[in-house]
Design a protein around this ligand. Structure first.
Ligand code: 13P
Length: 249
């Protein structure tokens, strides 16, 4: 049985006030017990978020990490440091980092391994651009991104991996993949994983991301291979985000 996961990626957004507002709302809301809820705020808010969410079931994630534990890497934050803040999850390979910061599959893999080495669970993000989709390359692109990392992991690491399918053309555009489009790609990811281990494939947690909101979440989350969501814009709106969490229960 795969536990649903709803993760709010705040990207470079938010404020101390928003952290507080979420803390209050999570304390009052009845979040469905089987659903795991994670907020990924920018680094400066991690400590405040840890305190604000302390009496709630919500856990913390980070949006990236540097693969090194420490050293001369001005501006970077290591997995060890994040672990000290009680971070449970970290994103690796978000399309904004692949595109804007030129992160390669190899660098994404390095981050995944660095996360595992300090006991943080990576969420590997994959997805095709509109040009790649229009050219009929969606599954090739997505399975290459998945395969580069998964093929290099050991079975225990594969078991602890979460994969988020985020079509680039659906991120921040209001243009969500249809539930059928998302399901098709996510079923392909699970079939690919079955090539390593059939039992593990059944356990692999797959999230959809890309303009998921309070109105479309239920239908997306009802798809057989969609086990949760990675939410951007709607994770900055308290009521909408809680509604999405509730629709996963
Ligand atoms: P939006 O929900 O704003 O489209 O962002 C999705 C995303 O990139 C989450 O990581």
């Amino acid at each position: 049985m795969r536990k649903p996961l709803i993760a709010g990626n705040w990207k470079m957004n938010g404020s101390a006030e928003l952290v507080e507002a979420f803390g209050r709302a999570f304390a009052e809301a009845s979040l469905p017990a089987p659903v795991e809820v994670v907020i990924l705020p920018p680094f400066p808010y991690l400590d405040a978020a840890r305190q604000a969410f302390a009496d709630t079931p919500v856990t913390l994630g980070a949006q990236t990490l540097n693969p090194l534990h420490s050293g001369a890497r001005t501006g970077e934050v290591s997995g060890q440091m994040l672990r000290e803040f009680g971070v449970d999850y970290v994103l690796a390979g978000h399309s904004e980092r692949r595109q804007l910061y030129r992160e390669s599959d190899e660098e994404v893999y390095d981050r995944v391994i660095a996360a595992f080495s300090v006991g943080i669970r990576p969420i590997l993000c994959v997805g095709e651009t509109l040009e790649e989709r229009d050219a009929g390359h969606t599954e090739d692109v997505v399975l290459r991104q998945v395969g580069y990392v998964m093929a290099r992991l050991d079975p225990e690491q594969r078991r602890r991996m979460t994969i988020a399918y985020e079509p680039v053309w659906a991120i921040g555009t209001g243009r969500t993949a249809t539930p059928q489009q998302a399901q098709q790609v996510m079923a392909a990811i699970r079939r690919y994983q079955a090539g390593f281990d059939r039992e593990l494939a059944g356990e692999l947690r797959l999230l959809y991301g890309g303009s998921m909101n309070a109105s479309n979440a239920k239908e997306l989350l009802a798809q057989e291979d969609i086990d949760g969501g990675l939410i951007g814009g709607a994770s900055l709106k308290v009521d909408d985000f809680i509604a999405i969490c509730q629709s996963a229960g």
